[in-house]
Design a protein. Sequence first.
Length: 342
Amino acid sequence: MKIAVLTGGGDCPGLNAVIRAVVRRGEQHGLEVMGVHEGWRGLMDPPLHDRLTREATSGILHLGGTILGTSRTNPFKKPGGSEMVIKNLKGLNVGAVVAIGGEDTLGVATKLSTMGVNVVGVPKTIDNDLSGTDLTFGFDTAVQIATEAIDRLHSTAESHNRVIVCEVMGRHAGWIATHSGIAGGADVILIPEKPIEIENVCEHIQRRHRSRGVNFSIVVVAEGAKLGGSEARIAEKLDEFGHIRLGGIGQQIAELIEKKTGFETRSTVLGHIQRGGSPTAFDRVLGTRFGVHAADMVARGEWARMAALRGNEIVSVPLAEATAKLKTVPPEFFAVAEVFFG
């Protein structure tokens, strides 16, 4: 059987580990693997693809990004787009698709599966907000990068007696902010799941400065955190999945803190730095395990399902379950971070 593998949505450390594992395990099952370029766009007209072999995927395990390229293309937003994908798959004699992606990419996969396409999913998002799996690959790398940045911000904040606000990724879920904030010893963490109460933020900081005799603080905020009931936006234009470009919440928070407390405050945005570079050892191993399991699912004919981490085991779960709702930070977990506020 010929299968197609694609990577969609934002790039993510560990994608190449998954691709390599699908190819290696697929060959052991007698599968021919075709690499689709630029996500779902690669299955539109003209289809963008090439053969993936053991030799072609050698030496990519440690590389960031994706050798297949990616895009945020949504076939269901284009006239006849989904029918075009199905037609091209048949024309290329592809028996199944391994879709590596997050909520949007796997949402497309879920819809295509209801139209008769044999689909297997692999969960990818640095935000760690996909249901059905305990962790997504790429998240550990993003947290490590953010934690290192927070460590560095501590030294400059202390040297200049400043409050520094660090904005990290997290559109709808504050997993990166919470984990990196705890690991980096942040004094306040702000996430999308909990509306920002700026008076409380300033109170935490003032109490810390008074009671502990320090003149610096670190605030970590997720890009999707809500101030006044809405997110900070860079642009109003929507992408094909209905998302706006977020950003700027860190600067807004910094200005309000300085205005209300009188403490000199600066902001920094990590942005795409969190997506780039080599994956951590954990993400390389997790991506490899996901890829091997995805190839095994194809060999067994387990369609409309996704590889998932449950505890320490890789299992398969329904795609519909994984894309039904976002996995957000539960209050009891965030309560651990709140112990250290102020």
